[in-house]
Design a protein around this ligand. Structure first.
Ligand SMILES: [Zn+2]
Ligand SMILES: [Zn+2]
Length: 217
């Protein structure tokens, strides 16, 4: 059990990280608008969602479950965080099942990926042959396709289908390499600057509070 002081410290650390992550998400949304403003299709329009659903037969692009009767969510192939630097633009946005969206977060939040270059490719690479026995993503895919051969085939098919989906958005494919080269480093800096700023502001305000309290006594 953690003692209360340690608990409080880790809660403060989490809050600071939440603020920094929020700032990164705000920046990535603004950047998305700027990057895609002249593209022929808008990501938030009905047309785009219809196109995505048709392209994947109204199934989850990861586990291929039917999305007709279950809750679906907007999913970013490259997650919108400081490691994956994903954008809210056509080609990166899909409709997926809530379960896969949650399970994929584990790969998305890793600084360094060992199975593939991107978070979504990594998520679909847990075929049960390359991870430790305790890997939760491997276990997730095993729960969906029990048979080893079928699982490998299905994961590979879904990888290919998503790759070819992305290739259909030429503006996105053109913009991606330079974004991937520059953004993660910028976002890492934004993240640590934001945390340093929060820390300094809180410290300054606390010192001011102490000074006022002392003056009163
Ligand atoms: Zn799914
Ligand atoms: Zn795994």
């Amino acid at each position: 059990m953690k003692d209360p002081i340690l608990k409080l410290r880790s809660a403060t650390r989490r809050a600071k990280s939440d603020v920094a992550n929020k700032l990164i998400s705000m920046f990535l949304h603004e950047l998305s608008r700027r990057v895609s403003q002249n593209w022929p299709i808008k990501v938030d329009g009905e047309e785009y969602e219809k196109l995505v659903r048709e392209r994947f037969d109204n199934r989850c692009p990861y586990c291929t479950c039917d999305l007709t009767d279950i809750e679906s969510v907007i999913e970013h192939l490259d997650g919108m965080n400081r490691y994956r630097a994903g954008l809210h633009v056509p080609g990166n946005v899909l409709v997926a099942c809530r379960r896969c969206n949650g399970e994929k977060r584990r790969d998305d939040s890793l600084k360094i990926l060992s199975l593939a270059e991107s978070g979504w490719e990594s998520f679909l690479s847990h075929d049960g042959t390359r991870c430790a026995a305790s890997c939760r993503t491997c276990r997730y895919w095993r729960s969906i396709w029990e048979d080893d051969t079928e699982r490998t085939v299905r994961l590979g098919e879904n990888l290919q289908r998503i790759r070819s989906f992305r290739r259909a958005f030429s503006q996105f494919e053109q913009a991606l390499p330079s974004l991937m080269e520059t953004q993660p480093a910028l976002l890492t800096k934004l993240y640590s600057d934001c945390q340093a700023f929060a820390e300094m502001e809180i410290k300054t305000l606390l010192e001011r509070f102490d000074a006022i309290s002392e003056a009163k006594t």
